[in-house]
Ligand binder design. Structure first.
Ligand code: FAD
Length: 447
């Protein structure tokens, strides 16, 4: 119903083919929302705004949507697993990482001043009470998002490629499994399974049988190819005329007047606007520094490998996280994707052989007989991560019309639809469906 209202208002707004009357043009320019960045976050924000009848221009520096961090992630909507990285146990883990004793966490650019600034803030959030608050924010946003994802493909008439049958969290260490399983009751959203029950539920794990101490099955998780979903959504929004997308266009600055952004400066000239949403992930501080604030978002590097599946019975159907080796595995039907590692390496996006080997070894050990080992594709992405964990979501103080939706860390796909929806609700003056979901910052009116 909202979509058809949007179409009617757009027709009356832009009745002639040219929309040429100068006054109308001025009005149109004034109310346009420019969303910067066509990753999963910017695209879902643009969709939520268009749904509310806003005229949206989505500007992206790269030639297509979801080409940066949203390209090769694990695709898990980890609702049952949504928790902030900053927790008491992260302090010794960081210590081990600094000594090179933590294969899944690496610090390769120790002398990066941005890392030190971010790291001090991260340590401040490592208390049990801060973790409880931040994890709760992420969990609520994740759950809200997942419920929206379930309907989104059918709502847009896209082929259904996301699955909503849950996810597994596997343990190779018996004590680790017992401590997690003790927190899980029976008959709830998450259930504990011993190795035999795990293999019975998911025969594709048979080759891992000897390593498994047990696992949790979260019934509330989903999985889907974030890159595919984002690109399909962007194409649908553009093809149906709901938004305008400008690819190959870099935003270089802003024109300000009386506390408002009146135009976004781009490599292709200025774009007048009524409001701006920063959905620029890890590059957000580059853009905002000239405006007088720099969100604490650090690029935490991760790696993925994607293998062609040759024997579907030999790989698990459900996605899983190996909680002991800290890898995530997702089955996209024809491809198996494995992701791992949190590396503090600044903006470096190289693929060192040792990191690739870690992924490759895991797949050979676990599913070597069921995938084509000769043609994997490796990728690296920089998770835009805030010290607290939840994203920066809300209006920027001292600017009447500047908004931000950035810093979703390891859960950007999981939180994307919900974060876009909450941002759009605030921007259009609706009552937001969730409150208190954003990370806090001096410069932010946090949603
Ligand atoms: C290995 C790995 C595994 C992951 N697994 C999962 C998972 O299983 N589940 C999950 O929920 N999340 C996962 N994530 C996290 C998720 O991928 C990110 O949180 C998410 O992609 C961030 O989306 P984004 O839109 O904010 O950033 P991006 O995808 O990086 O998009 C930002 C966009 O802004 C554009 N941009 C920046 N500056 C400008 C400018 N000046 N002008 C124009 N355009 C600009 C960029 O080109 C880019 O396209 C994973 C990440 C990694 C690295």
């Amino acid at each position: 119903m909202r979509w058809s209202r949007w179409r009617r208002s757009r027709q009356s707004f832009c009745g002639s083919a040219t929309c040429a009357r100068p006054r109308k043009e001025r009005q149109m320019q004034d109310d346009r929302v420019v969303v910067i960045g066509a990753g999963v976050i910017g695209t879902m924000t643009a969709r939520a705004l268009a749904k509310r009848g806003r005229r949206v221009t989505l500007i992206e520096r790269l030639p297509g949507a979801a080409e940066l961090c949203s390209r090769g992630n694990a695709g898990m909507m980890a609702v049952g697993h949504a928790k902030a990285w900053a927790e008491p146990a992260a302090i010794p883990a960081l210590g081990r990482a600094l000594l090179g004793r933590e294969p899944a966490v690496r610090v390769s650019r120790l002398l990066d001043p941005a890392l030190w600034r971010w790291g001090i803030d991260f340590l401040r959030h490592c208390t049990a009470s801060a973790n409880a608050v931040n994890s709760d924010r992420e969990r609520r946003l994740a759950r809200f998002s997942r419920d929206m994802l379930k309907a989104a493909e059918t709502e847009m008439g896209l082929p259904v490629a996301t699955a909503h049958e849950g996810a597994l969290y596997l343990f190779q260490d018996a004590a680790q499994f017992r401590s997690y399983a003790a927190k899980v009751g029976t008959g709830g959203e998450i259930e504990a399974l011993d190795p035999a029950a795990l293999i019975a539920r998911e025969p594709g794990l048979a080759a891992m049988r000897d390593r498994l101490a047990g696992g949790l099955l979260s019934h509330i998780d989903s999985v889907g190819d974030c890159h595919l979903f984002t690109r399909r959504t962007a194409a649908w929004l553009a093809d149906t005329g709901r938004i305008e997308i400008r690819y190959d266009t870099a935003v270089t600055g802003f024109t300000r007047r009386n506390g408002k952004i009146v135009a976004v400066e781009t490599s292709a000239g200025p774009v007048p606007c009524g409001a701006v949403v920063l959905a620029t992930g890890g590059e957000t501080p580059d853009l905002t520094r000239p405006l007088g604030f720099a969100p604490a978002i650090y690029p935490v590097k991760g790696y993925s490998g994607t293998w062609r599946i040759t024997d579907p019975a030999g790989v698990p159907r459900l996605p899983f996280v190996d909680e002991t080796e800290l890898l995530a595995v997702a089955n996209y039907g024809d491809r198996l994707r494995v992701t791992a590692i949190a590396e503090f390496a600044g903006r470096d996006r190289s693929l060192p052989a040792a990191r690739v080997k870690l992924l490759d070894d895991y797949v050979r050990r676990s599913f070597g007989a069921a995938v084509d080992l000769d043609t994997p594709e490796f990728w690296t992405g920089l998770r835009p991560t805030t010290p607290a964990g939840p994203p920066f979501l809300g209006k920027v103080k001292h600017f009447a019309n500047l908004w931000i939706n950035a810093g979703h860390g390891q859960l950007g796909w999981t939180m994307s639809l919900g974060a876009g929806e909450i941002l759009a609700q605030h921007l259009t003056g609706e009552t937001p469906a969730l409150r208190d979901v954003s990370a806090r910052a001096r410069w932010l009116e946090a949603a």
